[in-house]
Design a protein around this ligand. Structure first.
Ligand SMILES: Nc1ncnc2c1ncn2[C@@H]1O[C@H](COP(=O)(O)OP(=O)(O)O)[C@@H](O)[C@H]1O
Ligand SMILES: [Mg+2]
Length: 216
């Protein structure tokens, strides 16, 4: 299934929300594919279209450096075992069912490269939560349950050449030297990308990121 164009995505979510229950949309995809950019834009467009929506990134469940150091995993931050998957799952379940109070979610600060607890408020009136991250379609525990907690999971498609260029630039923007960025992409991001790409076929929808022509 292929679909392009922001308005069509908004209409798709409107259809999912018609039953009245809060809708949880997940966006999976490789590092640098544009998941966060799309999620932020979609939440804004949904809200403007009368469906209050909040962007809640999976990246908020990065383990803190202090925990990664203890586990000896700091040097491959971003791999599947450097996230608190069960914590994310618990939050998604709360977001789905706990609609009478504000639910707070963690964000991920790219300057500090650390998760920040309680940074994002999802108020009772939120009809849609847009989440996104690398591993939403993974078959490893507990990720199948994460997928089951979502209404739909989409996959962000972007040409690999463009993706790698944007990803490398983003690393440089947040403090790596060009050499460090290239090495991090090759040694950390791309092994993760291979595993993520293998989950693509199980998405409910494939979103052509370039066809959306989002500005960053
Ligand atoms: N349409 C676009 N044109 C140019 N750069 C973009 C575009 N969309 C996203 N970007 C940039 O590409 C990088 C990767 O996008 P991001 O949304 O962070 O990807 P992901 O969340 O999948 O890792 C970011 O630096 C972002 O600003
Ligand atoms: Mg992102």
């Amino acid at each position: 299934m292929r679909q392009s164009g922001g308005p069509r995505l908004v209409e798709r979510v409107r259809g999912l929300a018609a039953g009245g229950e809060r809708v949880l949309i997940g966006i999976a995809g490789c590092p640098g594919a544009g998941k966060s950019t799309l999620a932020g834009r979609l939440a804004t467009e949904l809200t403007a279209a009368g469906l209050p929506a909040v962007w809640v990134p999976m990246d908020g469940f990065h383990l803190a450096d202090v925990a990664l150091e203890r586990l000896g995993r700091l040097r491959r931050k971003g791999a599947i075992d450097t996230f608190d998957g069960h914590g994310y799952l618990a939050l998604l379940r709360r977001l789905r069912h706990e609609t009478g109070t504000i639910v707070y979610a963690p964000s991920f600060d790219r300057d500090l490269e650390q998760p920040i607890a309680g940074a994002i408020a999802v108020p009772p009136e939120a009809r849609v939560v847009v989440s996104e991250g690398n591993y939403l379609l993974s078959g490893e525990e507990p990720w199948p349950e994460v997928r089951a907690a979502m209404t739909e999971v989409w996959y962000a498609d972007l040409d690999d050449r463009v993706r790698l260029e944007r990803l490398t630039k983003r690393h440089v923007r947040f403090g790596k030297t060009p050499e460090q960025a290239v090495r991090w992409v090759a040694e950390v991001d791309e092994p993760n990308a291979a595993a993520i790409r293998a989950t693509r076929a199980s998405a409910d929808l494939h979103v052509d990121i370039d066809a959306l022509a989002l500005s960053p």
